[in-house]
Every structure is written in C-alpha cells, then in structure tokens.
Design a protein around this ligand. Structure first.
Ligand code: HEC
Length: 115
C-alpha cells in the first residue's frame, strides 16, 4: 500500500468527530440543556486505526476505557455530580491521554472546558 501523508487516520477522523460533538454538548449545557444520547461511534476509540508510528499500548487502552466511562457519565440521568462537572471530567480525560500520546491538540481541547 502506498502511504498517502495527507490521508487522515481513522483515529484522526474519530478525534475530530469527538471534538465537534463535545463542542455541541458544551453549547447545549451553556444553554441549560441536558444532553441525553451517548454517541455510540465513540466506542470506535478501541478499534480505530492510528496513524503510522503510533501504537495502541496499555496506557492508550487504559485512557480509552477511562475516557469512555467519563463520557458516558455525561449522559447518565441518575448521576449525582452536576452536568458541568461530568462534562469537564470527560474533557480532562481527553487531555490526560493527550499528555501521554499526542500533545499537539491540547490547547484546542482545553477550549472545550466550561470555565
Ligand atoms: C486514549 C487516548 C486519547 C483520548 C482519550 C483522546 N485522544 Fe485525541 N488523540 C489521541 C491520539 C493518539 C491522536 C492521534 C491520532 C492519530 O494520529 O492517528 C489524537 C488526535 C486528536 C486530535 C487531532 C486529530 C487530527 O486532526 O489529526 C484532536 C483534535 C483530538 N485528538 C481531540 C480529542 C478530544 C476532543 C478528545 C476527548 C473528547 C480526545 N481527543 C480524546 C489520543 C486520545
């Protein structure tokens, strides 16, 4: 297979989807709405192909699981923490994995946090 350097990996596409979706959730929360549906395509984080030179190691797997758990909490109608806290916890998990795996997008991800 010829490597096309401009073709984003499955993981890059998923990450950009997750970014866009969380931006919508942030706006909904700020408007006083409560998001209800966990986007099941986020589960592709366990299988999506990474760019060349990146590997799916144990640290990556661990952060994937923690991220999915905290992201699901955003949509949990029986949760005890406030929606803003649960949302920020999930964004902080994005950032935690990125400090280990891929630091470039961190400034962009930080903009998702609700202050
Ligand atoms: C388990 C680790 C992990 C978690 C959790 C994670 N990321 Fe990523 N992210 C990565 C890795 C690794 C890449 C690089 C993917 C590649 O190059 O194939 C990446 C890439 C990105 C990119 C750049 C995509 C591009 O254009 O190439 C953005 C933006 C991003 N992530 C945002 C997020 C957001 C927002 C979240 C949380 C909703 C998140 N990430 C959660 C590991 C993670």
């Amino acid at each position: 297979m010829v490597y096309d350097m401009y073709k984003p990996s499955e993981m890059s596409i998923l990450m950009n989807d997750m970014y866009a979706y969380n931006l919508k959730i942030k706006q909904a929360i700020l408007e006083g709405e409560t998001p209800t549906e966990f986007p099941s395509n986020f589960l592709n984080i366990y299988t999506a192909e990474l760019s060349e030179f990146k590997s799916r190691n144990e640290v990556f797997q661990g952060f994937s699981t923690l991220f999915i758990e905290t992201q699901k909490e955003v949509f949990n109608p029986n949760a005890t923490l406030s929606i803003t806290e649960r949302y920020n916890n999930s964004i902080n998990l994005c950032i935690s994995c990125h400090t280990k795996e891929c630091t470039g997008p961190i400034p962009k991800i930080k903009k998702l946090l609700i202050k």
